[in-house]
Write a protein that binds this ligand. Sequence first.
Ligand SMILES: CCCCCCCCCCCCCCCC(=O)SCCNC(=O)CCNC(=O)[C@H](O)C(C)(C)COP(=O)(O)OP(=O)(O)OC[C@H]1O[C@@H](n2cnc3c(N)ncnc32)[C@H](O)[C@@H]1OP(=O)(O)O
Ligand SMILES: NC(=O)C1=CN([C@@H]2O[C@H](COP(=O)(O)OP(=O)(O)OC[C@H]3O[C@@H](n4cnc5c(N)ncnc54)[C@H](OP(=O)(O)O)[C@@H]3O)[C@@H](O)[C@H]2O)C=CC1
Length: 515
Amino acid sequence: MVSIADYYAGKNVLITGATGFMGKVLVEKLLRSCPEVQTLYLLVRAKAGQSMQERVSDMMKCKLFDRVREDNPDFHQKIVPISSELTQPALAISPEDVERLTSCVNIIFHCAATIRFDEPLKHALQLNVMATQQLLNLAQQMHHLQAFIHISTAYANCNRRHIDEIIYPPPVEPKKLIDSLEWMEDSIVRDITPRLIGDRPNTYTYTKALAECVVQKESSKLSIGIIRPSIVGASWQEPFPGWIDNFNGPSGVFIAAGKGILRTMRANNDAVADLIPVDMVINLTLAAGWYTAVHRPKAALVYNCTTGGINPFHWGEIEHHVMSSFKRNPLEQAFRRPNANITSNYLMNQYWILVSHKFPALIYDLYLRLSGQKPQMMRIFNRLHKAIGLLEYFSSQDWEWNSENMNMLMSHLSPEDRKTFNFDVRQLNWPEYIENYCIGTKKYVLNEDMSDIPAARQHLRKLRNIRYTFNTLLLVFIWRVFIARSQMARNIWYFVVSLCFKFLSYFRASSTLTN
Ligand SMILES: CCCCCCCCCCCCCCCC(=O)SCCNC(=O)CCNC(=O)[C@H](O)C(C)(C)COP(=O)(O)OP(=O)(O)OC[C@H]1O[C@@H](n2cnc3c(N)ncnc32)[C@H](O)[C@@H]1OP(=O)(O)O
Ligand SMILES: NC(=O)C1=CN([C@@H]2O[C@H](COP(=O)(O)OP(=O)(O)OC[C@H]3O[C@@H](n4cnc5c(N)ncnc54)[C@H](OP(=O)(O)O)[C@@H]3O)[C@@H](O)[C@H]2O)C=CC1
C-alpha cells in the first residue's frame, strides 16, 4: 500500500486554523515529512491590523519552521494563503478563490475553532458549527476531494464517563438551535445558555458536540474522519521537544506555578491527566487523512486521540514533576518560589487562595503603591482565578475513552510510517515529557534565555531568604503580642528559657568534669 508521504505527494491540501497552535504544527509536519506535497491552501483572516499575507509570512518565519527551512529554503512557495473569515456567509472566500479551490483541493483539514471556554454561545455556534457546515458545503463542490478531516475534542461528550468512538445523538438539532437563536438578543441568549448547555461545562464542548453531528450528516457524500484529541500539550519530539506557543489548557497553569504565582488549584491528585503531545495528534491526523482517502470508509470514522487508557499519568504526578522541573530550570523573575499544591477539597483550596494568593498579592500591591507604582498583583490573581476556575472541571474528574480506531490505524501503517508519523503513546516517558514541556514554556512562550538559569536560581535563593526572614519576624512578632497579653504565654516562655538554661549549665558542668 502507498506510504503516507507518497500519498500526499502531488496533493493539494486545504487547511483552516493554520495560524493556530495545532494548525501550525500540521503545516510544518506536512512540509517536512511530505516534501512532495503540491500546495497548502490556508484559509486565513486579517487580524490585529495585519493582512492575511503578513500573518502567514510571519508564521513561516517562526522558530517552529527552522527544520523545514533547513531542508527546503523555498518551502514558502508551497503555501497559498486564501482570505477567509469563517463567521461570514460563504466563509467570505472570493468567487475566484472558490473556483480555484473546488477545482484542485484533494484533502481538507478543518482545525479552526474558538477554543475559549467563556465564548458567548452565538459566536461559538457561528464558528464551531455554522462555519463547519459551510466548509462542508464547499467541500461538496470540490471535484477531486478525497478526504475531509475534522478536528473535534475528546471532551465534546464530557457529560459521559465512558466515551466510545461514535458520534452521539446531539443535545439539540443544530439547525433548529441556529434558527431559533438567530432572532434572539444577545442578552436573552446569555440568560438561557446554562439551560441549553445542560450538563456540559461550557459553550466550547457543547458546540463541538453539535459540530460532530453536522459533520456526520454529510458522511454519506464525503469521506470523513473525526479526530478527538484530549488536552493537547507541548510537542513530544517534533520539530523540537517541548515546543508550545500559548497559555491554553495546562500551559498557563504550569507557567503561573513556575512563576510562583499559582500556589493552589482544585484538581484530583488521582484523576488521570489526559494530556497528549501536539506532534502525536498531528501525526495521527495526517495518518487519518491518508487512511480516509485511501480506504474511503463508508461511515465517518472517529479517532479518540487520548493517552489515559493506554499510558495513564495523574494530576498529582504532574504537579510533582512540574514543580521539580521548575526548581531545576527556574523561570526568570519569579514572584515566589514555585510551590503549587493541588487539592480536591473546596474549603482547603479557598483557605490557600486566601493565604497564598490574596494575602501576598495585597502586601505586594501595598508595596507597589507605597513606592509610587501601579498596583497589579490583585488584577493578575483575579484573571488567574477566572482561568483556573474554568479548567477545574477537567482536572477534577476522569473519563474513559475507547481508542480502538487509533490502534487500528496504527496497525495499518508500515514500519517506516510508524516511525515518521509516530502516535504510539505507549512510548511517552511522562517525567521526561513534562520536563521538556516546562522548559518549552520558558523558551518558546516566555522567550526566556536558557543561559539566564543561574541568575534565575540566584533569584529563587533570594526569595527563599526573604521568606525565612519574613517567617522569623512574623513568629517573633506574634510571640511578642502573646507575651504582652497573656500571663500563661509569659509563664510558658519563662519555663522554656529556664529549661534551656538548665540544660546549658548541665552540659557545661559535665564537659568541665570530663576535662
Ligand atoms: C502545577 C499544577 C498542575 C495542575 C494543572 C491542571 C491543569 C488543568 C488543565 C485542564 C485543561 C482542559 C482543556 C480541555 C481541552 C480542550 O478541549 S480545548 C483547549 C483548551 N482551551 C483553553 O484552554 C481555553 C481556555 N481559555 C479561555 O477560555 C480564556 O483564555 C480565559 C481563561 C477565559 C481568559 O479569558 P480573558 O480574561 O478574556 O483573557 P485572554 O484574552 O484569553 O487572555 C488574557 C491574558 O491571560 C493569558 N492567559 C490566558 N489563559 C491563561 C491561563 N490559563 N493561565 C494563565 N494565563 C492565561 C493570556 O495569554 C493573556 O495574556 P496577555 O496577552 O494579556 O499578556
Ligand atoms: N488546544 C487543545 O488543547 C485542543 C484543541 N482541540 C481542537 O483543535 C483545533 C485547533 O485548536 P488550537 O490550534 O489549539 O486552537 P487555536 O485557538 O490556537 O487556533 C484556532 C484557529 O482557528 C482560527 N480561527 C478562529 N476564528 C476564526 C475565524 N473567524 N475565521 C478564520 N479563522 C478563525 C484561528 O485563526 P486566527 O489566528 O485568525 O485567530 C486559529 O488559526 C480546534 O478545533 C480545537 O477544538 C481539541 C482538543 C484540545
